[in-house]
Design a protein around this ligand. Structure first.
Ligand SMILES: CC(=O)CC(=O)SCCNC(=O)CCNC(=O)[C@H](O)C(C)(C)COP(=O)(O)OP(=O)(O)OC[C@H]1O[C@@H](n2cnc3c(N)ncnc32)[C@H](O)[C@@H]1OP(=O)(O)O
Ligand SMILES: NC(=O)C1=CN([C@@H]2O[C@H](COP(=O)(O)OP(=O)(O)OC[C@H]3O[C@@H](n4cnc5c(N)ncnc54)[C@H](OP(=O)(O)O)[C@@H]3O)[C@@H](O)[C@H]2O)C=CC1
Length: 282
């Protein structure tokens, strides 16, 4: 298939990686040329790890990179797409604008999928004239490792669109799980309030970030503590998700922790900015 991925951040590079590795031609689109270069370098590094472990050959690595194109112009980047996955910043207005552009620029038969963590697929689909071809294809971070794709049906999503995305996810070696359109879907409805509560523990002085993480790792066998995971996801993404849960579900239990908001305001976004609950300075 010809696949396009919009947004070359944390998730966009992982999605482009698994698509290209599975043999698809991929165009990665971002407004920022440097971001595209960094994404290619990350994909190359992650493929290199697999070569070092003898899971793939150096020829596979080169062939995967050959299938990957970079583009700063969205119109050119989706002109031949069979399916587009949007993985731009978690912001409802931005996504509506992008889907409006995609609807004009992508072939009429193309499926338009969003990797959104929490925003309504029905609302995103309403920005297009093809809501039956709009769907949530929600990958997990790090994409090359995590086995789940949460496939989110909007109100108008057709069975044909669902089946194409389900088959594509399976062809990547992932397990698709069908969910309906509701704020945060299943994954972030359950995960994000836990992370938010962990941040309240730090804010209220119940324990240090290290202690909170150790409790959840050793006591609950989580691979990463919730604050390490929040830094890994991006604190700006966590805040956006909590805001959607709070606004859409309307209950106090979903209010974003003030410390989370303060850290985002201060530019402490986690790993991607070099500092969050922990310091990642080289
Ligand atoms: C916000 C949303 O909408 C949805 C989300 O994505 S929520 C976030 C979901 N993700 C999680 O919960 C991740 C939780 N953490 C983990 O599962 C693990 O800590 C981890 C897989 C990230 C790292 O595992 P680890 O055992 O600590 O490290 P490590 O041994 O170095 O890595 C394990 C494997 O992952 C690979 N890996 C680690 N980080 C990677 C990355 N960023 N990209 C690609 N591969 C990576 C390693 O190469 C290694 O591969 P093999 O098993 O094939 O050898
Ligand atoms: N982080 C995570 O763990 C997960 C995130 N998600 C979801 O994936 C999506 C992306 O998140 P993530 O990768 O973390 O975010 P990042 O902030 O890492 O990356 C977003 C990228 O999109 C770019 N972008 C913004 N506007 C446009 C546009 N109009 N056209 C093309 N590119 C654009 C940004 O560029 P610039 O910085 O220049 O604005 C940036 O490079 C979000 O919807 C998020 O909720 C889903 C699962 C997990």
């Amino acid at each position: 298939m010809n696949l396009s991925v919009i947004g070359a951040g944390t998730m966009g590079n992982g999605i482009a990686h698994v698509f290209a590795q599975a043999g698809h031609d991929v165009t990665l689109v971002d407004l920022d040329h440097d971001r595209l270069g960094a994404a290619r370098a990350t994909i190359d590094k992650n493929l290199g790890r697999m070569v070092a472990k003898e899971r793939i050959t150096a020829e596979d690595q080169a062939a995967t990179l050959d299938r990957l194109k970079a583009e700063t112009d969205l119109v050119k980047g989706v002109a031949n797409a069979d399916l587009v996955v949007e993985a731009a910043t978690e912001n409802a207005e931005l996504k509506a604008r992008i889907f409006d552009q995609l609807d004009d620029a992508a072939p009429p038969t193309a499926i338009l999928a969003s990797n959104t963590s929490s925003i309504s697929i029905t609302q995103i689909a309403a920005a297009t004239d093809r809501p039956e071809q709009v769907i949530g294809m929600h990958f997990f971070n790090p994409v090359p490792v995590m086995k789940l794709v949460e496939v989110v049906r909007g109100l108008a999503t057709s069975d044909e669109t669902y089946e194409t995305v389900q088959t594509l996810a399976e062809s990547l070696g992932k397990t698709p799980v069908e969910v309906n359109d509701a704020a945060g879907f299943v994954s972030n409805r359950v995960l994000m309030p836990m992370i938010n509560e962990a941040i309240f523990c730090v804010q209220e002085g119940v324990a240090t970030p290290e202690a909170v993480d150790t409790v959840m790792k050793l006591g609950m066998a989580h691979p990463m503590g919730p604050l390490t995971l929040a830094d890994f996801i991006g604190l700006d993404v966590c805040l956006s998700i909590m805001e959607v849960l709070h606004r859409e579900l309307g209950e106090d239990k979903y209010r974003p922790c003030p410390l989370l908001r303060k850290m985002v305001t201060a530019g402490r976004l986690g790993r991607k900015s070099g500092r969050g609950f922990y310091d990642y300075a080289a």
